[in-house]
Ligand binder design. Structure first.
Ligand SMILES: Cc1ncc(COP(=O)(O)O)c(C=O)c1O
Length: 460
């Protein structure tokens, strides 16, 4: 167990003055950059439409814009920055590697092998000593492609089961398995033989039931889908699931659900692919969220923060699944050396600074405050989360639970004006999301939540 670090230790990773708004954002320099960007970058971009940020400098869970405003960043790069912006160990590792070599394909340089060894040390206990890694990179979507491909090749079965509200990326397989219909349905047809079934989203239970008297009807439905030969699921060989849905709105399944999913996969011979691309490396209060429910996946997908801020992704598979022939999955940027050293430094920082435990402790405090805010607001129907992975579901009223994306957008925009970046997620874009770098200080987290509270209260 690493020695617990105190707040003074974490203060060094953040700009001390945050939040500090000196020019209402966007200030003149930010405006100019946003305008230049609009001239050259495709309109497909999303984030600058959400908040008008033109970043200049980042440290830990804080960001400065080009006009000198300093923000508390509760977005954490949407899962990329568990150790924060410009962690000194990560910066040092990248600089040192730059002088040597940056890209060496699959050849076993020290940086690459060390990273794989480290990944195999920190994976869920049931996989340790039993697994191998494929650095498929660079993005999470690549890991989804490779992981599902491996499952298909190994099982010889075409079918994939995935979940409503799930998000697995934007390439062929990920898009087909993604339960958010907006992006998928715009480019039909997608890869066939993917069956998307209800997730354990208790706040909006698809079966109209309440936990625990529901007796996990959602898991029973999964069992029906894989057992009954006449359901639309075509010969499923694998199941692709997030242990907590991130883009879907920080949807935390109730206790017992993932254990049931594991049992069903075992009983019906499905390969369980756990997509921990957003939840990995300390985010949810454990190194991987699978550990929160003591689940051992057959295939584990990792990316985002795995590279410490640089693009990196991996498929981690049980050794007995590592049956694909050499060359059956390729890709130029697999295991880029800068990403490997950056990733190694980042995972070591998560371990050395006890960031999983820190996430659990700060997350518990954060969730308690957010739940109190929700109690006194007519617009927050539910607060959910594990560790520093926290979501607030905005509704028009708590009776109808009608999603309120406009109200959330207003809160996100005004929080930004006050110096705090809150993110969005959810099937209707109505779930506020806080997932700061795990090196955030308690003081900064609470200041960020103070701003959120003021803006929620201002709604009336
Ligand atoms: C759970 C999950 N899987 C896959 C992806 C896709 O990753 P990328 O955007 O890096 O392709 C994401 C991205 O948000 C994700 O959250």
């Amino acid at each position: 167990m690493p020695e617990m670090k105190n707040e003074t230790h974490f203060a060094q990773f953040n700009f001390p003055e945050a939040p500090n708004i000196t020019t209402p954002p966007p200030g003149p320099k930010a405006k100019a950059l946003l305008e230049r960007q609009e001239q050259v970058d495709s309109q497909v971009l999303t984030y600058p439409h959400m908040i008008p940020l033109a970043p200049d400098d980042g440290l830990g869970a804080t960001v400065k814009d080009v006009d000198g405003n300093c923000f508390i960043d509760l977005s954490g790069g949407v899962g990329v920055l568990n150790v924060g912006h410009s962690h000194p160990a990560v910066v040092e590792a990248i600089k040192a590697q730059c002088d040597r070599a940056v890209h060496m394909l699959d050849f076993p340089g020290e940086a690459r092998v060390k990273l794989s060894e480290k990944v195999l040390e920190v994976i869920p206990p049931g996989l340790r000593g039993e697994a191998k890694v494929f650095l498929c990179g660079p993005t999470g979507s690549d890991a989804v492609e490779a992981g599902v491909k491996l499952a298909k090749m190994h099982s010889g079965k075409p079918g994939v089961i995935s979940f409503e509200g799930g998000w697995h990326g934007v390439t062929g397989t990920g898009l087909a398995a993604t339960g958010k219909r907006g992006v998928r349905d715009a480019c039909l047809p997608v890869m066939p033989e993917v069956s998307i079934i209800p997730y354990a989203y208790c706040y909006r239970c698809r079966f109209g039931l309440t936990y625990p008297s529901c007796d996990l009807q959602c898991a029973k439905f999964l069992e029906h889908v894989v057992r009954d030969p006449d359901t639309p699921a075509t010969n499923p060989g694998c199941l692709l699931i997030e242990p907590i849905q991130g883009e879907g709105g920080i949807v935390v399944p109730p206790d017992g659900y993932l254990q049931e999913v594991r049992r069903i996969c075992d009983e019906y011979g499905l390969i369980l692919i756990m997509d921990e691309i957003q939840t990995g490396f300390g985010r949810t209060g454990a190194m991987f969220a699978s550990e929160l429910w003591d689940i051992t996946p057959d295939i584990l997908l990792a990316s985002k923060t795995m590279g410490g801020g640089l693009p990196l992704a991996a498929v981690i598979m049980k050794k007995e699944l590592d049956t694909w022939a050499p060359g059956s999955h390729v890709g130029t940027f697999r295991g880029n050396l800068l990403s490997c050293v950056s990733g190694l430094a980042s995972i070591e920082a998560v371990e050395e600074d006890g960031l999983a435990q820190r996430s659990q402790e700060l997350g518990a405090k954060g969730l308690e405050r957010l739940r109190a805010i929700a109690e006194s607001s007519p617009y927050i129907g539910e607060v959910r989360g594990k560790g520093l992975f926290m979501g607030m579901e905005f509704v028009k009223d708590k009776e109808s639970k009608e999603p309120a994306p406009d109200i959330l957008q207003q809160v996100v925009a005004t929080c930004f004006q006050k110096g705090c970046m809150v993110w969005k997620s959810g099937r209707w874009n109505n779930v506020g999301r806080m997932m700061p770098a795990l090196v955030i200080t308690e003081e900064l987290l609470m200041k960020g939540i103070d701003i959120f509270e003021q803006e929620v209260q201002a709604l009336g």
